[in-house]
Design a protein around this ligand. Structure first.
Ligand SMILES: C[S@@+](CC[C@H](N)C(=O)[O-])C[C@H]1O[C@@H](n2cnc3c(N)ncnc32)[C@H](O)[C@@H]1O
Length: 208
């Protein structure tokens, strides 16, 4: 497992503690419903020939189901205990990093996925910029995020605040607007339930 903060940089800029998920890690997949791989594959336009990044991917709960549909699947997360659980799933590479400082070259991934994590990122706008940077031209980013406009999600937000989680919920339309300002072509898919999908295509140079 890799940590992008080594040597002097690690001492100057240590990984922050991510207490809630570090503690939850061992139980996380027992608490969460299994991922509906077909829905993710459809929205991500899988299979693809290149690599897929699952940012804030935790234990790999979702991307483990997508491993057969991409050449390589990388789970990236702040929490080492969450990433350690991803070892249970074959076919996943795990990288510890902060979402707003991804240790990947520009355009490294043909597909990028973020599930239920944007509101957990410390700097969501900077993370969105990083996701667009590492996404290859012609590639696709899919975000599944609880919609703070819906009352069940407001209750979750309140519970997270009471649990002292540092959550920053952005309305899906705001996430889409930020991604559009970064050159993406976002569209929203609302199932009329508590979650929203933001599907973003990154144009090829020249605009197609
Ligand atoms: C609710 S979990 C979702 C995990 C996974 N996407 C899933 O759906 O099973 C949110 C994840 O975001 C991660 N996270 C929180 N802040 C982060 C940050 N700044 N950079 C990277 N990951 C972060 C947490 O460690 C946690 O694994």
């Amino acid at each position: 497992m890799r940590d992008d903060f080594t040597g002097k940089e690690a001492r100057r800029n240590p990984m922050p503690v991510n207490l809630h998920f570090d503690i939850l890690a061992r139980f996380y997949e027992r608490l969460m419903p299994p991922a509906a791989a077909d829905q993710f594959a459809l929205r991500l336009a899988l299979p693809c020939a290149g690599a897929l990044l699952d940012a804030g991917g935790g234990t790999g709960r979702v991307s483990a189901r997508l491993a057969p549909y991409a050449a390589r699947v990388v789970v990236c997360d702040l929490s080492l205990p969450m990433l350690r659980q991803s070892r249970r799933h074959p076919g996943l590479a795990a990288v510890q990093a902060r979402g707003h400082r991804l240790p990947f070259a520009d355009g490294s991934f043909e597909r990028v996925l973020v599930v239920d994590a944007v509101h957990h990122f410390q700097h969501p706008d900077r993370v969105l910029a990083e996701l667009m940077r590492v996404l290859a031209p012609g590639g696709r980013l899919v975000i599944e995020e609880p919609d703070i406009g819906r009352w069940p999600v407001r209750l979750v937000a309140l519970a997270e605040r009471l649990a002292l989680m540092d959550s920053h919920f952005l309305p899906p339309s705001r996430i889409a607007a930020i991604l559009a300002s970064l050159g993406g072509r976002p569209r929203l898919a609302d199932e009329g339930r508590w979650r929203s999908w933001i599907i973003v295509d990154k144009p090829l140079p020249g605009g197609s």
